[in-house]
Design a protein around this ligand. Sequence first.
Ligand code: TRP
Length: 324
Amino acid sequence: MLLANTSTLDAATLQFAADVRAGLDRPGQKELPSKYFYDAVGSSLFEAISVMPEYGLTRADERVLRGHSRDLARLVPTPLLICELGSGSGKKTRWILEALREKECISYYPIEISASALASCERELGQVDGITILGIEREYLDGLREVAARRAQGAHLLVLFLGSTIGNFDSGADRRFLESVRQTLIPGDCLLLGADLVKPLDQLLAAYDDPAGVTAAFNLNMLARINRELDADFNLRQFEHVARFNGSTSSIEMHLRSKKPQTVTIPRAEFMVQLREGETIWTESSHKYSVAELKILAAASGFECKEQWIDQEWQFAESLFMAI
Ligand code: TRP
């Protein structure tokens, strides 16, 4: 059983195989790392989620950026290198680039592990006049260090971390991540942080479990990707998408629930996993912040919260942190 020739796999696939195996081999709650959602299919499904009426997050993020990009441009120092952690398609960044290019020579570095997202970001923003754009296919902090190393004397960094990805870190890891970001910066550099805020439960649950099933398809695509890339035999019909709110951590938790007892073979991870009926694989949590919590987060990680813009239609905050 499980005979696969793993010696011919590329480094990225080997890493994927190792991460999948480690997550599914855990005693207790099985898990899969959410960064693997975004292959070409997953990125397209997420684009679809972001236009679903129930998922107001992305539109709120865009509205605040569109409405306040000029205020932002007034507050950040120049000349500026802009780096975006996880640029996605780059659509909402256009407003910021257009407001900032009126100031001084601007270069934009989208940092993405998804090659397909990076390509569409470069297509989307390649035409903004007066902006030099250079995509970096790396993990967030590695990419950020690479951009920081290119900084000329007197230039500042503006780091964009939008879409509330910060909420997807484990509890406590959000602060540690911001501390690491802070360590690559110098005083006066800025971080624009998008964060989804606490809101009524029914609104949250609908956002993460839309009736048309787009969100379910996005979550299930994780298993489909393992089938495609690691030759596994997950039967997607025997799993269901689950979104539930954990009040004690103020997080929506996403799982894939096994509808029956089953055994799945993952040849390229040289692994076999057994699931009980009702057992879940945890794929992501999405923490919902309070405004006060974000200010505390800034102070705890070496920043000063300069400004906060909040969308009233869908409670979402864009916070401008300055390194001190
Ligand atoms: N990072 C996004 C969020 O927290 C991703 C997301 C949206 C997501 N819907 C999902 C992840 C459903 C898993 C399942 O909002």
